[in-house]
Design a protein around this ligand. Structure first.
Ligand code: NAD
Ligand code: LMR
Length: 326
């Protein structure tokens, strides 16, 4: 499999590349050709990482290529991990990155369109991730929109971990959590279909705890990490990339997870927006979990996050970052 990581010389790149090369991303029998895309200022770091990858003597790692040319980087790519972009710093919301990072994802979409493999799967990590995914997909008209995904798996994992701590259970006993909407402070971690140790979570925790502690904790965890580390999440983000792609390729079975995907209009999310949904991976495709009852508590929060996604789309349109007519 040909795997390309953009921003490979950055922090997440450094945490991610070794997990890909060791077989965590695609499984222990799939050899990998890695391509590391950088801009000139990040090239030396990517070259250094390539040397270290070589020194690991990973049995599954066939080739490592470092390049600054997006067309070369995406030629024949099966898995494209679009990490390259600026992270936010203390005092910023992710949306503040919209203009500077948004400009990166149109050309990336165009280069993917030019040469990606027919089965390409794209995961966007760079923030603001939902809208960057929308931009990349818009510039890749020949690639089906369902191949473009935005990473909300880190939010999902954060929510699972917080529930496990609160209920004093193992993370594997939590199922059916959903992250809806935007990977921002407006995201909605929904427990109303979740179970913990086989029991409905909504019977185990009160709405006050949900509204005042759980939801804000999960939604603002990225900022909590920035304040604690002085820099945004890295290893947990790389781990979520591995989880997302592994599940996409290998399937989730009956359990579900969360991913940002192009809406088909389900659950009142306007078609074409990139929103987080409850999803299962079936036969190599993400499917939205259908027919969940949405109560008033959830509806208001999903709608608020979707409204923010519409605002972001309007903003990038106004900046001329979408192709004409989109
Ligand atoms: P970083 O600054 O350490 O690394 C980013 C790298 O991208 C740099 O090496 C830079 O040279 C490179 N780059 C910039 N523009 C590029 C381009 N056009 N093509 C290729 N490479 C380019 O940042 P990081 O900590 O690795 O974070 C990367 C992104 O991931 C940020 O936008 C951050 O906010 C986001 N992020 C998202 C999630 C999520 O859950 N979706 C989680 C953590 C971080
Ligand atoms: C995160 O959720 O950790 C990332 O999106 C980084 C950030 O800016 O919060």
């Amino acid at each position: 499999m040909n795997v390309t990581v953009t921003g490979a010389g950055g922090q997440i790149g450094y945490a991610l590349l070794f997990r890909i090369a060791s077989g965590d991303l695609l499984g222990p029998t799939t050899p990998v050709n890695l391509t590391l895309l950088e801009i000139p200022s990040g090239r030396a770091a990517a070259e250094g990482t390539a040397l270290e990858l070589q020194d690991c003597a990973f049995p599954l790692l066939r080739t490592v290529t470092v390049t600054e040319d997006p067309v070369r980087a995406f030629d024949g790519v099966n898995i494209a991990l679009l990490v390259g972009s600026k992270p936010r710093a203390v005092g910023m919301e992710r949306v503040a990155l919209l203009e500077s990072n948004g400009r990166i994802f149109g050309p990336a979409g165009g280069a993917l369109n030019a040469g990606a493999a027919p089965d390409v799967r794209v995961l966007v990590v760079g923030n603001p991730v939902n809208t960057n995914t929308l931009v990349a997909s818009a510039f890749a008209p020949d690639i089906p929109a369902d191949r473009f995904t935005a990473m909300t798996r880190l939010d999902h994992n954060r929510g699972v971990a917080q529930l496990a701590v609160r209920l004093q259970l193992h993370v594997a006993e939590i199922d059916g959590l959903t992250i809806w909407g935007n990977h921002s402070a407006s995201q909605y971690p929904d427990v109303f279909h979740a179970t913990a140790g086989g029991r409905p979570v909504s019977e185990l925790v009160g709405r006050e705890w949900l509204a005042d502690e759980f939801i804000p904790r999960v939604a603002n965890r990225g900022y909590e990490i920035i304040q604690a580390r002085g820099a945004s999440s890295v290893a947990s983000a790389a781990s979520a990339v591995v989880d997302h792609v592994y599940d996409w390729v290998n399937g989730t079975g009956e359990r579900w997870t969360s991913a940002g995907i192009v809406s088909d209009g389900s659950y009142g999310v306007p078609a074409g927006l990139v929103s987080s949904f409850p999803v299962r991976s079936v036969d190599g495709r993400w499917e939205i979990v259908p027919d969940l009852a949405i109560n008033a508590f959830s509806r208001a929060r999903i709608d608020a996050s979707v409204a923010e996604l519409l605002d972001e789309r309007d903003a990038i349109r106004a900046l001329g970052l979408l192709p004409a007519g989109r």
